[in-house]
Ligand binder design. Structure first.
Ligand code: NAP
Length: 261
């Protein structure tokens, strides 16, 4: 096929498309890159200005909703779609479920398990970032915001607080908040470094998403150690698709589903 993302000289190999943007997606892509049985590509939304290079063929940018994704799956003859997007990237996961069903494409999700509370944790669980804003309360606090940049605007509703906002890329447009400092950084973040940061900045509350995984768990462990409250934005109920939590399980499922008859 002219202009195909995939290897047109290897049509007999089942094509796998990974919806990425996470550490797990990269890890799965690098394991599949070395596997001659499949022809694998990854798709990124294009949110990060300077994304890390991927170990397989890469396309960047939205598909154009469910219709666009369904068209892509059909035109590229995708045998298997792996939704390895971030647990909070709800729209693309919804689109993946619909498009896979419409085109009869096999689909599973690779989704890291949620973090669970441990003794010493002081979590306030909320259902959305907007609810996290309310949970900060009326009294001014020193807030560490670690929810990514896309939903940071919600905190403009609570200008009484002092904010340290950490994100991979700058928040755009800049937030209209009187007391804010930005930290631009990409994980992983070690617990000891997080604890030192929280102490240096006199942080008394952290707002985080229950993303799971080890790369950003340092802040949760550091908060426990220092007795700092965490306002935890919990995940919405995931769609009803087969789901695995680890890369090894994903590889087993792929081998099982795509094994030659
Ligand atoms: P989202 O709200 O679920 O998706 C918004 C739109 O972005 C989708 O409708 C789709 O556009 C496009 N899109 C998302 N992921 C894509 C992918 N892997 N390949 C191609 N298009 C994609 O997603 P989001 O929360 O903006 O997150 C965007 C990306 O950042 C995701 O890939 C996710 O894995 C990653 N990420 C998100 C978070 C988070 O907290 N939300 C954190 C870390 C990483 P079309 O409808 O045009 O196809």
């Amino acid at each position: 096929m002219a202009g195909s993302l995939f290897d047109t000289s290897a049509m007999e190999k089942p094509r796998i498309l990974i919806l990425g943007g996470t550490t797990e997606a990269r890890e799965l892509a690098s394991r599949l890159a070395a596997d001659e049985r499949y022809d694998t590509a990854i798709s990124l939304a294009g949110r990060t200005a300077d994304p890390k290079p991927q170990p397989v063929k890469t396309r960047i940018g939205g598909f154009g909703g469910t219709d666009g994704l369904a068209r892509f799956l059909h035109d590229e003859k995708i045998a298997l779609l792996v939704d390895a997007t971030h647990p909070f990237a709800a729209r693309i996961s919804h689109n993946a479920t619909e498009a896979a069903e419409r085109t009869g494409t096999r689909l599973f999700a690779l989704r890291r398990p949620e973090w669970q509370t441990e003794p010493g944790d002081r979590w306030t669980s909320v259902e959305s970032v907007a609810e996290a804003v309310d949970a900060l309360g009326a009294v001014p606090r020193r807030v560490f915001l670690a929810i990514g940049r896309q939903e940071a605007f919600h905190f403009e509703a609570a200008p009484q607080h002092s904010y340290i906002i950490r994100s991979v890329d700058p928040v755009t447009p800049p937030l209209n908040l009187p007391d804010q400092q930005a930290i631009l950084a990409t994980g992983p973040f070690a617990e000891a470094d997080e604890a030192a940061l929280f102490q240096a900045r006199k942080i008394d509350v952290i707002v985080a998403k229950n993303s799971g995984g080890s790369a950003t768990y340092g802040k949760i462990a550091a908060a426990r150690r220092l007795g700092i409250e965490v306002i935890m934005v919990e995940r919405r109920k995931p769609a009803d698709v087969p789901t695995v939590g680890r890369c090894d399980e994903a590889l087993d499922l792929i081998a099982h589903w795509l094994a030659p008859a």
